[in-house]
Every structure is written in structure tokens, then in C-alpha cells.
Design a protein around this ligand. Structure first.
Ligand code: B1M
Length: 210
């Protein structure tokens, strides 16, 4: 069916009105909701992720694309039973204690959602105890922590230590990211992975769950 490619282009261009119109047109023409999501919306967002990683697209454009994708999803979601919604894993996301930066974290959350993950975004200033309580409540596959300050990044270590104490380290894989974080730091604190940007975070989560 024609139209999926046009829909992905709408997502890539961050054009909410076009994405809404094309999504509705595809539904009217009898396209399956899951096809619209996979071959149109997610296909477009995957290209956005790759271009962002290569430096061909920048943060404001990616945010526009994520919003455009969201406006298409809003239309098709009610047509799909919750059990059929494609989710390839659950990610619990938050900025660590004492840290109020959330622009990059939210971008990571949007890209993960666009990549097919269920994301529970806890917000900012999340203490190790709050991460642990949320893991017990939501049972995620992955815990993704963000830190932008050299003073707060150490709370990632505290959280991983607390997970071990609580016997949760076998149940959830921890990944870390944010401007001051490196692969060396991730190794040092015992995280399962590090992602330097939002697109890499999606790739990393997919790799860890494979
Ligand atoms: Co702040 N700030 N800030 N700040 N701030 C920085 C981080 C800083 C580098 C600026 C500087 O001095 N050059 C500096 C940190 C120095 C350091 O520790 N080494 C700094 C400072 C010092 C401070 C304050 C202490 C300033 C003060 O009050 N004296 C204060 C601290 C407040 C607090 O958190 N307790 C503070 C406050 C703020 C604002 C509130 C004003 C605002 C935040 C608004 C908000 O987030 N809602 C702010 C901002 C905007 C910045 C800069 C300018 C931009 C950060 C940003 O959003 N970048 C920043 C300087 C800079 O980075 N140029 C700075 C865009 C974003 C898309 O990138 O967050 O790196 P980023 O996310 C990337 C990757 O890192 C990665 O993917 C994202 C997308 O590709 N990623 C992950 C991020 N999280 C991930 C999680 C993952 C995986 C990947 O999961 C595994």
C-alpha cells in the first residue's frame, strides 16, 4: 500500500499536521494499525535516530519528529488492544539525585518509545531508594540513569550498590548516560552499558534484550 513512505517522511520532517492527515488517510484506506506504526511511524523515527547520531539532525528537529510521531500514534493507539501494542521491553528512566537536567533524558525516553519500548519516566532528582522502589513496582527490563553533573554522577554507583543489596541486580540491567559519563565510568560502577546519545541508547537497549 502506498503512503507508508510518505508517512515516514512526515515524521522525519517533524510535520505533525501531515502525519495526522496521512495516518487518518491510511486508516480510511484500510491499512492495519500495526503496519502504520511499524512501516510508517517507527520506520521514520529510525531514520531520525540514525541521522541524529551522524550529526545530520539536531535536538530541536528530533523533538519535532518525536512529537509528529506521537500525534500519529495517538490516532492509531485506540484501535489496538493493549496486548497487541508492540513493546520490545520496559525501560525505567530517571535523572539521578541532586540533578535537575532533563532535556537529554527526555530525548532518550522519546527515542526509546519511538523504537518500540515501554518507558516509565520517573523524572529528575531520583534517589537510589526511589529507583529501587520503582523497580519493585514496575518490574522493568532495563534501568536507564542520566546525570549531567560530575557531582551527581556518583549517585549512579550508589544506586547500583543498593540494587545489589536488595538482590535486584539480576532482575534489571542498568545503563548510564549523560554528558560527563563515559564507558570507563560505566565499567567502573558496574553498569551493563553506556550510551553517548539517544540513538545509541535505543541500540544498546535492543542489544541488551536480545
Ligand atoms: Co546545567 N550544567 N547546571 N543547567 N547545563 C551543564 C551540564 C554544564 C556542563 C554547563 C557548564 O558549566 N558548561 C555544568 C556541569 C559542569 C559539570 O558538572 N561538569 C552545569 C552546571 C554547573 C549547572 C548548575 C550547577 C549551575 C548553577 O546553578 N550554578 C545547575 C545545577 C542544577 C542541578 O541539576 N542541581 C544547572 C542548571 C541548569 C538549568 C536548570 C539552567 C538547565 C537545565 C534545564 C533542564 O534540563 N530542564 C541547564 C542546562 C540546559 C545545561 C546545559 C547548557 C545543556 C544541557 C542539555 O540539555 N544539553 C549544559 C551545558 C552543555 O551540555 N552544553 C549544562 C542538551 C541535551 C540533549 O544533551 O543532556 O548531554 P545531554 O543528553 C544527551 C547525551 O548526554 C545522552 O543523550 C542525550 C541526547 O543525545 N544522554 C543519555 C543523556 N542522558 C542519558 C541517559 C541515558 C543514555 C544517554 O541512559 C542510559
Amino acid at each position: 500500500m502506498a503512503g507508508f513512505e510518505e508517512l515516514s517522511k512526515g515524521v522525519i520532517g517533524g510535520n505533525q499536521a501531515k502525519v495526522k492527515e496521512l495516518t487518518q488517510r491510511l486508516i480510511d484506506e484500510g491499512a492495519e494499525p500495526l503496519e502504520i506504526i511499524n512501516q510508517g511511524l517507527i520506520a521514520g523515527m529510525s531514520i531520525v535516530g540514525a541521522r541524529f547520531k551522524n550529526g545530520e539532525m539536531f535536538v530541536p528537529e528530533v523533538l519535532m519528529s518525536a512529537k509528529a510521531m506521537g500525534s500519529g500514534l495517538e490516532i492509531v493507539k485506540p484501535m489496538i488492544a493493549d496486548a497487541d501494542m508492540p513493546s520490545i521491553g520496559k525501560v525505567l528512566l530517571g535523572t539521578v539525585k541532586g540533578d535537575l537536567h532533563d532535556i537529554g533524558k527526555n530525548l532518550v525516553g522519546m527515542m526509546l518509545e519511538s523504537g518500540g519500548f515501554t518507558v516509565i519516566n520517573l523524572g529528575i532528582d531520583i534517589a537510589p531508594e526511589q529507583f529501587v522502589a520503582a523497580i519493585k513496582e514496575h518490574n522493568p527490563d532495563i534501568l536507564a540513569m542520566s546525570a549531567l553533573l560530575t557531582t551527581t554522577m556518583l549517585h549512579m554507583k550508589d544506586t547500583i550498590e543498593l540494587l545489589k543489596e536488595e538482590g535486584l541486580n539480576d532482575k534489571v540491567q542498568v545503563i548510564v548516560g549523560g554528558a560527563p559519563i563515559s564507558q570507563d565510568f560505566a565499567d567502573e560502577v558496574g553498569a551493563a552499558g553506556f550510551a553517548p546519545d539517544a540513538a545509541s541508547a535505543v541500540e544498546l537497549c535492543k542489544r541488551l534484550l536480545n
